[in-house]
Design a protein around this ligand. Structure first.
Ligand SMILES: Cc1cc2nc3c(=O)[nH]c(=O)nc-3n(C[C@H](O)[C@H](O)[C@H](O)COP(=O)(O)O)c2cc1C
Ligand code: SF4
Length: 469
């Protein structure tokens, strides 16, 4: 997506042994460079969770652009675990052919693919008509939209553990290169891990060991299902910073808690840790940047019908310039200045790296080769993952390889992509980065080309365990 890079801005080529382009050896997987496409969700697929070939086009953009590994967006393991409808899922065996085709297309570029196994818990943006009930360790409504939650029974927890394990098995059967649990950013695993959300009094609540039990059971169940030679990693929130928006809220998970959880994850057989932060999504520090309140005014109108008890409050906030300004100020109270977004999670990643023996991937604003190089050389992390910065410049790794320190038109961290993806196609919505509005629309629509003739084989594929949600 980057405009043709001007030679005048080009710097001399990268040094012979650039750490960015050194392979990274995990226990069960080797990747060609230290650049990972971080999970980024777009509503490219069908309402019922079957995959749509548009997603092939989307992911191929990054593979062509030189990224070593794509970590997929949120792939729900269960129908009620969708944040919004229209994400490709992995909740039944009929989904395997789609992901097999996906893997084949991505592997053509010597790029690996890791599937993010996910469940929203109570933190959903748009509930679906077929699954209006939200499952969570608590029955308190979620903090953002106020969607009601149904407290999970221990029997339901056991079913969910198995759904993650079956999701991992399916990813392996599809020929993908690994799986990641989405145990960050306020979704189901965070709801268990976070003392501020988890109010259970049984073996899944209370002490840190009890709050981590669900995640550890899932990792052990995945290992039992996929064996010891398949790559398994966890994306975790190093800290909750639960008081970032409302100062009277509790902070939640601390880095000390996380260091302990990481040790347990290693004992359970994890191969890598992907470091994020925050007990909600979005959060002023993830994805760090502006909160585009004018965009929110347009988008939130369409969110109202599926909203929870806080939907009207949110809608009102975005309706008038004064209330929008107040919200912006609240957001900016704990959001870093834009020139400090890049590498925001590196201090956490470094602490985790010092305590862990598995490789550490860090997310958060990365788009400058010298910053990434320094982070790897200084031992703060082993690789970085990039989401918005690659949406803005799909070919950023190739630009780095050609000697650019930054893309000519970097991501501005405006976060317009984040709000638009709720109702519009995912892409870069910062008009300032384009020659015209038409050019922006054309770029966003490019994901629909070529239109594909691939047909799902679901009608002919039998489920092996017959387990659907
Ligand atoms: C539109 C959008 C969708 C995202 N979807 C996911 C997701 O499905 N799973 C996830 O773990 N993180 C998700 N993220 C977070 C990113 O993976 C990434 O960790 C975060 O944006 C910081 O990286 P960046 O500064 O390179 O964007 C999303 C971020 C954005 C902006
Ligand atoms: S809309 Fe574009 S510039 Fe803004 S954060 Fe998203 S990718 Fe970056």
């Amino acid at each position: 997506m980057a405009p043709a890079a001007s030679k005048a801005k080009a710097k001399p080529g990268p040094p012979a042994a650039d750490p960015i382009f050194e392979p990274l050896h995990f226990r069960n997987l080797t990747v060609k460079n230290r650049l990972f496409r971080s999970n980024i969700s777009g509503r490219f697929d069908n309402y019922n969770g079957s995959g749509n070939p548009v997603r092939f086009n989307w992911e191929e953009k990054f593979a062509k652009g030189g990224i070593g590994t794509i970590i997929t967006s949120f792939v729900p393991v269960s129908m009620e675990g969708r944040i919004v409808p229209n994400y490709a899922m992995i909740d039944r065996d009929e989904r395997i052919p789609f992901w097999r085709e996906m893997g084949k297309r991505i592997h053509q570029y010597d790029c690996k693919m890791i599937m993010q196994l996910s469940h929203s818990g109570r933190q959903r943006d748009i509930t679906a008509f077929d699954t209006p009930n939200n499952l969570s360790p608590t029955d308190d409504p979620d903090a953002v939209h106020g969607l009601h939650a149904n407290r999970l029974t221990t029997e339901q927890i056991a079913v969910l553990v198995d759904k993650f394990a079956q999701g991992a098995r399916r990813a392996r059967e599809a020929g993908l290169d690994g799986v990641e649990t989405h145990s960050a950013n306020g979704y189901l695993f965070t709801q268990f891990l976070s003392a501020t959300i988890n109010d259970r009094t049984d073996q899944y609540g209370g002490s840190l060991a009890n709050r981590a039990r669900f995640l550890l059971e899932v990792i052990r169940a995945i290992r039992a299902e996929v064996g010891d030679d398949f790559h398994v990693q966890s994306k975790i929130s190093a800290v909750d910073n639960g008081n970032a928006i409302f100062p009277w809220e509790k902070k939640g998970t601390t880095i000390e808690d996380t260091l302990q959880v990481v040790k347990w994850l290693e004992d359970a057989g994890i191969d890598a840790i992907h470091v994020s932060m925050g007990n909600s999504f979005p959060h002023p520090q993830n994805p760090a940047g502006e909160f585009p309140v004018e965009e929110a005014e347009k988008i939130y109108n369409q969110m109202l019908p599926g909203g929870g008890i806080r939907a009207l409050r949110n809608w009102l906030i975005f309706q008038t310039p004064p209330t929008r300004a107040v919200f912006k100020r609240v957001w900016e109270r704990t959001c870093p200045p834009l020139d400090q977004v890049e590498g925001i999670n590196l201090p956490y990643a470094q602490q985790i790296k010092q305590a862990a023996s598995v490789p550490i991937i860090c997310t958060g604003g990365f788009q400058t080769a010298s910053v990434i190089r320094h982070a790897i050389e200084a031992g703060q992390c082993d690789g970085v993952s990039m989401a918005r910065t690659l949406v803005a410049n799909n070919d950023l790794p190739n630009l780095f390889a050609a000697g650019y320190d930054r893309a000519p038109k970097p991501c501005t961290y405006c976060n317009k992509c984040m709000l638009n993806t709720l109702v519009n196609p995912l892409g870069c919505y910062d008009e300032r980065r384009y020659a015209s509005r038409e050019a922006m629309v054309e770029q966003i629509f490019s994901v629909y080309h070529p239109s594909d003739t691939w047909q799902p084989m679901s009608d002919t594929t039998k489920t092996t365990k017959g387990k659907t949600s």
